[in-house]
Design a protein around this ligand. Structure first.
Ligand code: NCD
Ligand code: ZN
Length: 352
């Protein structure tokens, strides 16, 4: 099989940043995806519907500016999210639902990851807002890691399921939840079997790499993201979940651009930049287990079904063609190193 045609996919977890960085990355996503759920962890975070509408306008302006006449980018739709804080009023949730622009609310436990300082400090503080989300049917997107420094970084997702996620879902059984960028066998198992409306996104890097990639021949900062890569047994479980055909698992790149110099740093930032070749990376992962026939469900169907949005109708084609991921790409005045830089890939998205 040398070509693979799919309904145009969407990215259900994406970081686009703002300003120069936004202009550097937005077209890469629009070339691959029809829509993307845009994370709100800017500095300061996107906490109101008004800010989300303004950010959406900046995204579309940046796309027009950098890829105005590219047919492949036409019609790209940013799906906005709000950043949940201890002080988010339930009214803001209702406004979000009514806006038609905001499609979900993101919960970052305070301090869990990049730009999460304004995040939630206790679940008790957000009960009113979560109640409003449950009533409105607005999905809660969860960065599922505890932040207790005494819990080993490799265990923080597993511990979060028992300590936070299960109690939350017992209290709000009708809440629609996306467990974002799952990385463990325990999370895959929980999402596959738990009652109620729950789904998970899975990144290409967690399907392709296990934690030794971080240390192959030396420190490899471009493989550092949060939640951190786990053992091979977990990677296998994620691959199994992604290729199972279950509608609860869908594509979310968590493409998280940071400049080369902020990654290759004494205190390097967390995040892998995968937007330019995301679909090719997923194809490599699915092909590794002989499951390319399951890619369309994962990439193009399960996400819109969960978000209660129409499926896309346009199609994209991947061709079998060996090529090498660039060592670096322009990023404003700086450079950015994409994940798997310098490595060969077997599939390539045909220009739209
Ligand atoms: C993300 C970022 O850089 O914004 N980083 C990451 O490692 N994934 C934040 C996040 O999604 O955790
Ligand atoms: Zn993310």
């Amino acid at each position: 099989m040398d070509t693979l045609t799919l309904i145009r996919p969407d990215d259900w977890h994406l970081h686009l940043r703002d300003g120069e960085a936004l202009r550097a990355v937005v077209a890469a996503t629009a070339r691959q995806f029809a829509r993307a759920i845009v994370m709100p962890n800017l500095k300061p975070p996107v906490t109101t519907v008004g800010q989300a509408i303004d950010y959406r306008d900046r995204i579309l302006a940046a796309l027009r500016e950098t890829a105005g006449d590219e047919p492949a980018c036409a019609g790209f739709e940013p799906l906005m999210t709000l950043y949940l804080t201890d002080r988010t009023p339930p009214d803001e949730i209702r406004r979000a639902k009514d806006s038609g622009v905001v499609h979900a609310v993101k919960l970052y436990p305070a301090g869990a990851t990049t730009n999460s300082d304004a995040g939630v400090t206790s679940m008790a503080a957000v009960r009113g807002a979560i109640e409003a989300m449950q009533a409105a049917g607005l999905p809660l997107l969860i960065h599922g890691e505890v932040t207790d420094a005494s819990v080993d970084v490799f265990d923080r997702e597993r511990v979060f399921i028992d300590q936070v996620l299960e109690p939350l879902r017992r209290d709000f059984p009708a809440l629609r939840v996306v467990f974002e960028h799952i990385t463990t066998q325990e999370a895959a198992q929980y999402v596959a079997t738990a009652p109620g409306a729950i789904a998970a996104t899975i990144t290409p890097h967690h399907l392709l790499y296990e934690r030794n990639a971080l240390f192959k021949g030396g420190m490899r900062p471009h493989w550092y993201c949060l939640p951190i890569l786990k053992r091979e047994t977990h990677r296998r479980a994620l691959l199994e979940a992604a290729t199972s055909g279950s509608p609860r698992f869908f594509l979310g790149t968590d493409s998280a651009p940071h400049s080369k110099h902020l990654k290759e740093n004494a205190c390097g930032c967390a995040g892998c930049y995968t937007a330019p070749h995301a679909l090719e990376l997923y194809a490599a992962a699915f092909e590794s287990v002989g499951a390319l026939d399951r890619l369309e469900g994962f990439a193009s169907l399960h996400g819109p079904d969960f978000y209660r949005l129409p499926r896309n109708t346009a199609r994209v084609t991947l061709r079998r063609e060996s090529w090498t991921v660039p060592e670096a790409l322009p990023f404003g005045d700086e450079a950015i190193v994409p994940l798997a830089a310098g490595e060969p890939l077997a599939w390539r998205l045909a220009a739209g």
